[in-house]
Design a binder for this molecule. Structure first.
Ligand code: CO
Length: 133
């Protein structure tokens, strides 16, 4: 597989509006998009730092993946997303090398990217996302 860069870092927050204020007023970044991803039960806000994005994630439902994450671990870094060339092939390779996949096929994520997750049990505790355009 070929990873080109860290596409984004996903951060779980309880209150998107409050967190956006921190990223804008303290870190001086600009939120350039807010998007709801209904099938993941999240509302997301995006910032750019160079080539890498920060993706803030607020749960729209207590039983969604981000709601459950915050309940268990509190707010904080939720996942690390690498940009890959040829996502289906990268997934196939990870699978062949014994990595547990959350998504065996690419699906649509925020910003129209094709995404897939690797299970943190197979990645030394880091929920890992692959994405490509
Ligand atoms: Co992500």
């Amino acid at each position: 597989m070929e990873l080109t860069h860290i596409e984004h870092i996903g951060i779980a927050v309880k209150n998107l509006d409050e967190a956006i204020k921190y990223y804008e007023n303290v870190l001086g970044l600009k939120c350039y998009a807010i998007e709801e991803v209904a099938d993941q039960k999240v509302k997301t806000a995006f910032f750019k730092v160079g080539q890498t994005k920060i993706e803030l994630l607020e749960s729209t439902s207590e039983d969604g993946p981000i709601g459950k994450f915050i309940e268990k671990k509190g707010e904080g870094i939720h996942h690390l997303a690498f940009h890959v060339k040829d996502l289906p092939n990268a997934l196939k390779e990870a699978d062949e090398k014994g990595v547990r996949l959350i998504d065996s096929q690419p699906r649509k994520g925020a910003e129209g990217l094709n995404i897939a997750f690797l299970h943190p049990k197979s990645t030394y505790g880091v929920l890992t996302e692959f994405c490509e355009e």
